[in-house]
Design a protein around this ligand. Sequence first.
Ligand code: G4F
Length: 334
Amino acid sequence: MTDTKKTALITGITGQDGGHLAELLHEKGYTIYGIIRGQHNPKREITEAEFPYVTLIEADLMDPSSLVRAVQISQPSEIYNLAAVSHVGYSFKNPQLTAEATGVGVLNLLEAIRLVDTENKIRFYQASTSEMFGGLEYNRPEKGYTEESLFHPRSPYGVAKLYAHWITKNYRESYNMHASCGILFNHEGDRRGVEFVTRKITHAVARIKLGKQNHIELGDLWPKRDWGYAGDYVEGMWRMLQQDKPGDYVLATGETHSIEEFLDLAFKEIGINDWKPYVKQNPAFMRPAEVDLLLGDPTKAEQELGWTRKVDFPGLVKLMVKHDVEIESVGLIS
Ligand code: G4F
């Protein structure tokens, strides 16, 4: 490992955050490795085309020896663990897989680091999440959830992430690892998968504008989320690993909005003021337990990391609708 050029290993390279982070680290001159999973991953080709500067390594968070090999091959100065079963609804249907990949997978990666990195030089980022907070019934912070707020996860995903959060803190305290957790609130953008509500809406709105679709089916519309732009949040991840000391940081906008508000803005972007005729509720998209409201207080990240989000809520909706109208106009599949 050289001191002059940094090397990063990113798990979850094929996901939204992996893409934004790869771009950011490439701009900063990093050598970048990405872990890709599966025998014939359909995302491999797209990832290779979009990020030709990333070297892909086949490994899996649930296969400890593959992680040892990935750390040995890449010899990273920084590891960003962004891989997970990340869809909350899916985690209710696949709870054990979620526990193993999203929870125990992090333990496997931390152990791989300990085995390979005998000089304790690697800095580690764990993608923790606001889903670890349970919503207003469990905790009513004045300005929003902070790093000190009570956790009460409401999904198999949230429970698995909480294990991952605590095992990362435990390895920091037990082995003096430079391991940080970013407690990120919802972050979206044009790279978001269509299985998440914001992209599902903007994708449908674009298709409705172009006459390709006439309605959208959604679950509950009342939950509120603190929605930011993913491109802003990867900057915060990177800043955490540049600190002398590791720590845990909330990244959020400090604002919360309902899905109805998101619908309002998205439909207005295509000139429709009343979205109600276009939206049908379908219980299939409702969850056995819901988190009613998420609102983060990013004061610590602002003060210690100098981080702040740049894109606001209307700006986020606008950029997502614009992107989806563009790609749908030329018939590209997102
Ligand atoms: O977009 P969502 O699926 O995101 P959710 O559940 O808040 O989780 C996201 O943010 C977390 C951070 O807090 C991450 F950790 C996690 O990995 C993920 O990125 O759902 C947002 C809200 C929920 O209340 C959901 O019940 O939208 C509601 N919703 C209503 N109809 C829907 C739908 N969600 C989805 N995905 N699809 C619907 O049709």
